[in-house]
Design a protein around this ligand. Structure first.
Ligand code: BEZ
Length: 212
C-alpha cells in the first residue's frame, strides 16, 4: 500500500551513492522530492536521473532537496552515475539510495507486484519540512516522467500553503489563481487588492498574490 497524502513519510537509514544517511537528518528542514526508478543501467532511467541533475538547482531555489532510490546497490549507483553524467551532460550531486533489500521500497509502497514484483515503479513523493506527504505520482516503467511538472506542483503547493488560493488547470508561475471558496466575494478586495474576476459565483480569480 502506497503512502497517502497527509501521512508522515517514514524515516529510514540507508546506504546511498554518497554514504550512509538517516533520511530525516539528511532532509533537515527542507522540502524533499524522493523518487524511485526501476533499475540502474537502463535507458529511460538514465535520461530521467540526468534530467533531475540538471534541475537540482531549480529544486534548491524552492528550498527542496532531491534523492533517488532503486533496488540496486549503492555501489551499482556509483558506477552508473558516470553514464548518467555522460548522457545528460551533467554532474549528479544528489544521493541515490541503494535498496537491494527493498526496505525503502516497501516502506513507501514503491513496488507494485501486479506490474513488476522485482523492481520499483516510477514514483515521486513531495514531502514537506514537517515530513508530511504532499504529492504522490506513479508512472509505469516504460514511461519517462516530466520533472518540470514536479517543479510546477511544488510551486503550487508552496503558494497555496501561504495564501487562501488554489491553482487552476495547467497553472504556471504568473497565471491568475483561484480565490479560496471560504472568502466571500465582497471580502476579496481586502484580501487580494490586485483585483479579481467573478467567472462563476464559485470560480473567482485574482492575479498571483506573491508577485510584484
Ligand atoms: C528503462 O529505464 O528504460 C526501463 C527500466 C525498466 C523497465 C523498462 C524500462
Amino acid at each position: 500500500m502506497s503512502l497517502q497524502l497527509g501521512e508522515i513519510a517514514p524515516n529510514f537509514q540507508s546506504e546511498t551513492s554518497q554514504g550512509k544517511i538517516d533520511f530525516y537528518d539528511w532532509a533537515g528542514d527542507k522540502w524533499v522530492v524522493l523518487f524511485s526508478h526501476p533499475a540502474d543501467f537502463t535507458p529511460v532511467c538514465t535520461t530521467e536521473l540526468g534530467r533531475m541533475s540538471q534541475l537540482q538547482e531549480d529544486f534548491a531555489r524552492r528550498n527542496a532537496k532531491i534523492i533517488a532510490v532503486s533496488v540496486d546497490s549503492a555501489e551499482s549507483h556509483k558506477k552508473w552515475i558516470q553514464d548518467i553524467n555522460e548522457v545528460g551532460n551533467t554532474d549528479v550531486k544528489y544521493p541515490i539510495i541503494g535498496d537491494p533489500e527493498r526496505k525503502v521500497a516497501n516502506l513507501y509502497g514503491m513496488i507494485h507486484p501486479k506490474a513488476d514484483d522485482t523492481h520499483t515503479v516510477r514514483t515521486v513523493f513531495i514531502i514537506d519540512p514537517q515530513k508530511k506527504v504532499r504529492m504522490t505520482l506513479t508512472y509505469p516503467a516504460a514511461t519517462g516522467r516530466n520533472f518540470k511538472e514536479i517543479l510546477r506542483v511544488l510551486d503550487a503547493i508552496q503558494l497555496t500553503d501561504h495564501y487562501s488560493v488554489s491553482t487552476p488547470v495547467e497553472w504556471e508561475q504568473g497565471d491568475d489563481v483561484i480565490v479560496g471558496g471560504k472568502i466571500k466575494t465582497e471580502d476579496i478586495d481586502a484580501k487580494f487588492p490586485k483585483g479579481h474576476k467573478v467567472i462563476k459565483p464559485y470560480l473567482r480569480t485574482t492575479p498571483q498574490p506573491d508577485l510584484e
